[in-house]
Design a protein around this ligand. Structure first.
Ligand SMILES: [Zn+2]
Ligand SMILES: [Zn+2]
Length: 284
């Protein structure tokens, strides 16, 4: 998320830092990171990203990582895991290149908002970042984030089932970035797993159905909240070839009339201030 010259990251899955490198986004300039929840696929790229932010930027301040209660444990865990690496690098390159004080992250914990509660985390220089509660039970806490800047707005769902609370916060946003799991595609994996005697995989693919939204449900939110553009992210299962995207969004056009994009690594969205324009491009 880039607001003017301010760079923020929402969730850090494995590969996040490498994708940012390919996009030539200077990781040393990251001002803050927001975590929606602590499932491994949302944090397992954090060590790599924190290192890039520190060493690439010769930063002397640890990056703030915002998250609901429990974030301290995540940050202190990465801190412990990277403690020796930090010593080697400071000793080798010197304090001027890699100031010890800038390594790692500073946990910015907030109490998980209740339904309807808006937790404002940043409100300065025209940028407002708001956390709100979503429904990813049994995973608690779980939040989404809304960014407002110069009259434009983006809401990122995090992992959630269809959430009335999210819909309220999404009212009229320009861009809704919503997770989705396509049950009709996951069912194929379940069937294959059962046929192959992989009961554990079959069980997992059945369990995950109950804490994600379907593409149709996300489209219902987009329709009912009157959002400008729906961008799917956190796509389950991964779509290996482009034609699968059409199968993923099957039936969505009967629900939501607005523009829909199935996100990929490198999907780039520009919302120019003072316009209603939403420009999509593919940078990778
Ligand atoms: Zn999750
Ligand atoms: Zn996830």
């Amino acid at each position: 998320m880039i607001a003017g010259k301010r760079l923020f990251i929402v969730d850090v899955g494995s590969g996040a830092s490498r994708v940012l490198s390919r996009l030539r986004i200077p990781q040393g300039e990251i001002e803050g990171i927001f975590l929606t929840h602590f499932h491994s696929d949302h944090i397992d790229g954090l060590g790599e990203l924190l290192l890039q932010r520190w060493a690439n930027g010769s930063r002397s301040d640890p990056v703030p990582v915002y998250g609901p209660d429990g974030i301290e444990q995540i940050i202190s865990g990465f801190d412990i895991a990277y403690a020796q690496d930090r010593q080697y690098r400071v000793a080798h390159h010197g304090e001027k290149i890699v100031p010890a004080s800038g390594a790692g992250a500073a946990a910015q914990s907030f109490a998980t908002p209740t339904n309807a509660e808006a937790k404002i985390l940043i409100d300065d220089h025209g940028l407002k970042v708001t956390a709100f509660r979503v429904s990813h039970e049994p995973v608690e806490p779980a939040v989404g984030y809304r960014f407002d800047y110069k009259g434009r707005s983006v809401l990122i769902s995090g992992d959630t089932t269809k959430s009335a609370n999210l819909q309220n916060f999404a009212e009229g946003v320009d861009l809704l970035v919503h997770e989705a799991l396509a049950p009709h595609l996951v069912a194929i994996i379940t069937k294959g797993a059962k046929a192959a005697g992989r009961e554990n995989l079959a069980r997992i693919t059945e369990d995950i159905l109950d804490y994600h939204a379907t593409p149709i449900e996300a489209a219902e939110i987009a329709r009912d909240a009157k959002v400008g553009h729906l961008l799917y992210n956190h796509i389950v299962p991964p779509l290996l070839i482009a034609p699968m995207e059409e199968i993923f969004v099957q039936g969505v056009d009967e629900v939501y009339n607005g523009p829909v994009t199935v996100g990929r690594d490198g999907t780039w969205v520009q919302l120019k201030a003072g316009t209603d324009l939403i420009e999509m491009s593919d940078l990778l």
